[in-house]
Ligand binder design. Structure first.
Ligand code: PGA
Ligand code: MG
Length: 217
């Protein structure tokens, strides 16, 4: 089986690093800090969206300023690793899936460079056959193109996407793939209200959840 994972809010709790980076970039523009829940609620649609929301929270709409802040965010992003934690059970679940012969991939809206940097920092990068990021395609999730690209890079066979948010649910549906929705991530609506093939509240249960979805694989 091919198992493709979202990153922020699914495998890692990266909101504290993204929050710190956001406030560094805001300070560089002479703008005040935002709190963690506010910045967390902006995660999931990539850096352009996040920076637009940071400015929006200050009542500002200014395209050149937004472009400058996106570039600044990018300068800090690869080193934004120290406040991030891996969700419980993730390393064990990934190792188990690999040992069972499954092919694993990443499809995130985080750009590829910081996605690879954080995966390397937490010791998980080697599990993945491919890392598709928010800058890998002209389109970002919820467009299906990045997920379909990740899938084709992983070879042939049944595919499941594991994600945490509305964006992932919409992306999986558009790509025609089943979604396993991790419930401790950064979504806005109750988990039950998002389209999903299965809910996952504990990574220790992922192998059995996948078996139940794809008994024949
Ligand atoms: O919004 C981002 O940059 C990344 O979010 P994702 O890993 O949940 O796709
Ligand atoms: Mg996510």
């Amino acid at each position: 089986m091919i198992v493709i994972f979202d990153l922020d809010g699914t495998l890692i709790d990266s909101a504290p690093d993204i929050h710190a980076t956001a406030n560094t970039v805001l300070a560089g523009e002479g703008l005040g800090d935002l709190d963690l829940p506010t910045v967390r609620s902006f995660i999931g649609r990539g850096v352009p969206h996040l920076v637009g929301r940071l400015l929006g929270a200050h009542g500002i709409e200014d395209a050149p300023r937004r472009a400058r802040m996106m570039a600044e965010f990018g300068r800090h992003y690869d080193s934004a690793v120290n406040l991030t934690t891996v969700f419980p059970g993730v390393p064990q679940a990934l190792a188990q899936l690999r040992a069972q012969g499954h092919v694993l991939g990443i499809c995130t809206n985080k750009p590829v460079s910081p996605a690879r940097a954080i995966l390397r920092h937490v010791g998980l990068l080697d599990h993945f056959a491919v890392v598709i990021g928010g800058d890998s395609c002209p389109e970002r999730k919820p467009h299906p193109a990045p997920l379909l690209l990740a899938r084709s890079a992983c070879g042939k066979g049944p595919v499941v996407y594991v994600g945490d948010s509305e964006v992932d649910a919409e992306c999986a549906a558009a790509a025609g793939l089943p979604l396993v929705l991790y419930t401790h991530g950064y979504r806005h609506a109750p988990a039950e209200t998002l389209p999903h093939a299965a809910l996952l509240d504990d990574f220790a249960r992922l192998p059995e959840v996948l078996d139940a979805l794809m008994p024949a694989s």
